[in-house]
Write a protein that binds this ligand. Structure first.
Ligand SMILES: [Zn+2]
Length: 85
C-alpha cells in the first residue's frame, strides 16, 4: 500500500493521522501537487494504530525525510566540489 521509498522532489498523496499528526504517504501524486486534491480515508495509522478518518493532502518529502544514505551522498559530493574550488 505504501511507497517502498520516498524520493526527494516527488509528490505524494499522504494522509494525516489526527492522533499522532504523522503524515503517511499513500501513493504517488501524478499531478505533481497541481490538482485540487481533497479526500479522506478510513484507515489505521501504522505508527500509533489510531483508527479513523484521515485527511488526505499533497506531500513532497524533503531530503532529510528520505533515505539517510541519499543525504550522505549529496553532502559528500558538495564537499568534493568545495575542495576542488
Ligand atoms: Zn497516528
Amino acid at each position: 500500500m505504501f511507497p517502498a521509498t520516498l524520493r526527494v522532489g516527488v509528490w505524494y498523496i499522504a494522509a494525516l493521522c489526527p492522533h499522532c499528526k504523522r503524515l503517511i504517504p499513500l501513493f504517488r501524486d501524478l499531478t505533481q501537487g497541481a490538482s485540487n486534491f481533497r479526500g479522506s480515508y478510513q484507515m489505521t495509522c501504522p505508527e500509533c494504530k489510531h483508527k479513523g478518518v484521515f485527511e488526505g493532502q499533497h506531500y513532497k518529502p524533503s531530503a532529510t525525510e528520505c533515505l539517510p544514505e541519499v543525504a550522505n551522498v549529496q553532502s559528500a559530493s558538495q564537499a568534493d566540489e568545495s575542495n576542488l574550488a
